[in-house]
Write a protein that binds this ligand. Structure first.
Ligand SMILES: [Zn+2]
Length: 168
């Protein structure tokens, strides 16, 4: 049962709602009630998250799978981040996910689709460039796992029981 550490009452469904986001540095973060949280510590049974605003003591704990909030202290000493910055972050996260999922679609096309689906997002060209770069980075991460040398390719094919002409 999740509860508020200040009042010891159980949390409402709305208070337990959160969204996973990707931070600007490419780490997983949480968005809860308009506030951003970064990973603080992964324990055996839970993961704790701290508010990204310096000096703010707000914290969250999710279960180990990061699916449910199991504890929270949401007394922020500042205002929530702007709704616009939140939408931007979600859009960025979505675009990166799609870039990794579908390696052939042009990033600019993916971005345009996302922007059209979120018409109230106020994006400037600088944002679009940053998102596109993040998408390329995401794809490069994927590609770095692919075999590079001829020998590696040969081994990979053998693994899948496909013959390759190594002498070629
Ligand atoms: Zn805070």
């Amino acid at each position: 049962m999740a509860y508020d550490i200040n009042t010891y009452r159980s949390l409402t469904a709305m208070e337990m709602e959160f969204q996973k986001i990707e931070t600007n540095r490419g780490n997983t973060g949480l968005l809860c009630q308009g506030h951003k949280f970064r990973l603080e510590r992964k324990a055996k049974t839970y993961t704790s998250w701290q508010c990204t605003t310096k000096g703010c003591l707000a914290r969250l704990k999710t279960d180990h799978e990061q699916e449910n909030i199991v504890w929270s202290r949401l007394d922020h000493n500042h205002d929530p981040v702007s709704a616009d910055s939140v939408t931007r972050q979600i859009l960025r996260t979505e675009c990166k996910r799609k870039a990794a999922e579908n390696l052939t679609e042009r990033p600019s096309k993916v971005i345009m689709k996302e922007v059209v689906s979120k018409p109230d997002t106020d994006l400037v060209p600088k944002d679009l460039i940053a998102i596109r770069q993040a998408m390329y980075r995401e794809r490069r991460k994927k590609f770095s796992a692919l075999p590079k040398t001829r020998q590696e390719v040969h081994e990979a094919l053998q693994h899948y029981d496909i013959t390759s002409n190594q002498g070629e």
